[in-house]
Design a binder for this molecule. Structure first.
Ligand code: HSE
Length: 366
């Protein structure tokens, strides 16, 4: 077992230093004492990669400095510059500052890759290559990137198992709301027959605002300005994001082996104000519902649901109702997005990885 001062080491490579990545670093800073006391864990960030460069320190990056250089210079590469803006003589920086991300993942000693690059549902890149490189080199992976999972989850899970490492992805569904864990762990022993839910906060916000009288475009602009929407909002509006999350749930919770191709999906682009008002007259509300039915058909489509159903949440909230064999219907509701919320899901996964490592799991070193 890899130990340090009696504690299992948890050295992290963080790839992707946008809102979620930066919030993770803030969380590691603000919760350091608590994480150590409660979980016996001293996570050490040994490399951070953003779209413009790399910061590396095998002895652990100074987290405060990392956040500051990102804020002032726009890239973590500036970590290896001194205050006058000159290249420092930091050997780690000199060695790795010009390296490609794959080399960092391969060459820096670490137990975990945290993959937080933006979701790409066309080919999953660069997340897909980052994750496969890490797994093949014996690193555990925690990802919040939906692309690689939506396109290749069955093979990624197999690859992780074959290489004896863990692949975790709590933050890909529900932001900080533990939807995946609830179904996987809390309902252990029961059998989930089907589930349905609101998995995309942006479309739920748009539909809720339209009900309050805004037009589709006004509501979308509002959602974008609040930072809920994907960089390309058609991923939200046309149902891609909800379908990707449905794929992740189907694989992880139902044990299915599916990708985006197995989901029939339709977004909210054609929902008109008249449809919403007509539904309202009948005590219903139009929501973008992702579902896995008892025949394991996967669908995302706008539909009217009863306004008194627990699933009927407003704004950017997410909600999922699971129908289980013994406990009946159970609904989980929570914020579906947000930098700090999603970062908290990464921390949850890191704790799980660390606990598994202390039992000798996920310690495969190639
Ligand atoms: N665009 C996504 C949403 C972000 O609106 O739910 C969280 O995955």
């Amino acid at each position: 077992m890899v130990e340090e001062e009696g504690w299992v080491k948890l050295r992290i490579i963080l790839v992707g230093f946008g809102v979620v990545g930066q919030n993770l670093v803030k969380l590691l800073l603000s919760r350091a004492d608590d994480i150590y006391l409660r979980y016996g864990m001293k996570p050490r960030l040994v490399a951070t990669v953003d779209s413009k460069g790399v910061a590396v320190s095998q002895s652990g990056l100074d987290l405060q400095r990392l956040l500051e250089v990102k804020r002032f210079y726009g890239t973590v590469a500036a970590y290896h510059k001194d205050v006058q803006g000159c290249e420092s003589a930091d050997i780690d920086g000199e060695n790795y500052g010009r390296c490609m991300v794959k080399e960092v993942i391969r060459e820096i000693d670490a137990e975990v890759l945290v993959e937080a690059t933006p979701t790409n549902l066309n080919d999953g890149e660069p997340g897909l290559s980052n994750i496969t490189t890490a797994i093949k080199h014996g690193r555990n992976v925690v990802t919040v990137n939906k692309g690689p999972l939506a396109l290749a989850m069955p093979s990624l899970l197999e690859l992780a198992e074959y290489n004896g490492v863990m692949l975790r992805f709590s933050g890909t569904v529900g932001g900080g709301t533990p939807i995946l864990e609830f179904a996987k762990h809390c309902l252990r022993g029961d059998r989930i027959l089907s589930f349905k839910g609101i998995l995309n906060g942006t479309t739920n916000y748009i539909l809720s605002m339209m009900e309050d009288g805004l037009t589709f475009d006004e509501a979308l602009n509002d959602a974008r300005s609040k930072g809920y929407a994907e960089a390309d909002p058609s991923l939200d509006i046309d149902g891609f994001d909800a379908a990707a999350k449905l794929v992740i749930m189907a694989n992880w919770i139902m044990g299915m082996k599916v990708t985006m191709r197995d989901v029939r999906f339709k977004g909210i682009r054609d929902v008109r104000l008249e449809d919403i008002l007509e539904a309202k007259k009948h005590g219903k509300v139009i929501k973008l519902i992702a579902s896995c039915d008892e025949s394991r058909r996967l669908k995302v489509e706008p539909m009217g649901i009863d306004k008194n159903e627990p699933l009927c949440v407003n704004g950017t909230l997410n909600a999922v109702t699971f129908t289980s064999e013994h406990s009946g219907e159970l609904t989980v509701i929570g914020k579906g997005a947000g930098g700090m919320e999603t970062a908290s899901a990464i921390l949850r996964d890191l704790i799980e990885v660390r606990e598994a490592m202390s039992m000798g799991i996920g310690l495969n070193r190639s």
